[in-house]
Ligand binder design. Sequence first.
Ligand SMILES: Nc1nc2c(c(=O)[nH]1)N[C@H]1C(S)=C(S)[C@@H](COP(=O)(O)O)O[C@H]1N2
Ligand SMILES: [Mo]
Length: 189
Amino acid sequence: MERKLPPGQEWVDGLIPYDIGPVPPLRLEDFQLRIDGEVENPLQLTWEELLELPQAEVKADFHCVTRWSVPDLRWEGVLARTIIELCRPKEEVRWVLAYGREGYSTNVPYGYFAQEDTILAHKLNGKPLPPENGWPLRLVVPSLYAWKSAKYLARLEFTREKRQGYWEERGYHDVGDPWKEERRWDSRA
Ligand SMILES: Nc1nc2c(c(=O)[nH]1)N[C@H]1C(S)=C(S)[C@@H](COP(=O)(O)O)O[C@H]1N2
Ligand SMILES: [Mo]
């Protein structure tokens, strides 16, 4: 079977960690995931509560804007669609801001967040997420470049207005679809 590679990408064997800065330590008993913004039912989930939600598995390729792609990563966790059912975003919601506990943020168009393969992952290839890949929880949006997959996930904020995250403020694309090569805001497909 031939595997499709987005334009301008090359296959590599494994993830190459990228971090904007040091990540504060965390004890699982102190873990909190805030889900707020324009939603009918804001949530604050503990680690135990997260694990009690329906669990799912997603197999997907991972595409970094720096031109490497990793095939067939197996993520396990809670689907974004499960989170959407629980928090019930309002009709006007167009964006989801994902925040890491070290201060990272990224804006994800709601339509991509709501894809069936978007997952809040706590396992990678059958093992707990390695520290450098976002332990204990990361967002994975396989349909977008990897900078949209916020590691060390601490909060999801649903908004109607666009607010940019860390890389978007520095010129990267608000959408970031690898099949359209939406690398920087001024990129041409
Ligand atoms: N919290 C957080 N998430 C992040 C980043 C970051 O610096 N902090 N870097 C992003 C970038 S630029 C990429 S390419 C991927 C890399 O994922 P990896 O470190 O698991 O390979 O994580 C994304 N998510
Ligand atoms: Mo990246």
